[in-house]
Design a protein. Structure first.
Length: 172
């Protein structure tokens, strides 16, 4: 079993009293190879403060959300709501594509850049859950991107239809 898989399995056991947000934070922390102390340091917070948020004993403020997102190098929207079901977060299979695509995702700074490059789109879709619910989420994202591209006169990648077909077939 790989080191990542061991860490993820261990985190799953420790995640029993974590909220959905707490599990998301924990798996992102492990995926990024950060210790709890290093995450707290990067987010300019205490480990106890982060733990209280992760267990639902304290609310996540906007400022802390933004600092955690920066420390984890993710968009702050990933740290709000229930974007990813806990049953799909942090599996060894889903952790690999995330690390491989981090650089590509950081490069997309505008909507035009994002929707015109299929690498950004497939990287995003690979991070979303599998199954019927994940497929619905991916279809909704593709439809929204299609609408945004039309509204902003952006060009969709040539393989956008193929990406949509792969989502519908459950291959992506």
């Amino acid at each position: 079993m790989s080191t990542d898989a061991v860490a993820i399995a261990s985190a799953r056991e420790d995640a029993s009293d974590l909220t959905a947000l707490g599990r998301r934070l924990e798996f992102l922390r492990i995926d990024r190879g950060l210790s709890k102390q290093r995450l707290a340091s990067r987010a300019h917070a205490s480990r106890q403060q982060i733990w209280r948020v992760m267990t639902g004993k304290s609310e996540l403020t906007g400022a802390l959300r933004d600092r955690l997102a920066s420390a984890l190098d993710v968009d702050s929207s990933l740290l709000t709501g229930n974007a990813t079901p806990s049953s799909q977060v942090g599996t060894a299979q889903s952790a690999q594509p995330q690390r491989a695509t981090d650089t590509a995702m950081r490069a997309a700074v505008t909507l035009h850049d994002y929707v015109s490059d299929s690498l950004h789109l497939t990287a995003t879709l690979a991070t979303l859950p599998m199954g019927d619910g994940g497929r619905r989420l991916k279809r909704a994202l593709l439809t929204a991107l299609d609408d945004l591209a039309i509204d902003s006169a952006s060009t969709l990648p040539a393989d956008f239809a193929d990406i949509r077909r792969r989502v519908l077939a459950g291959d992506l």
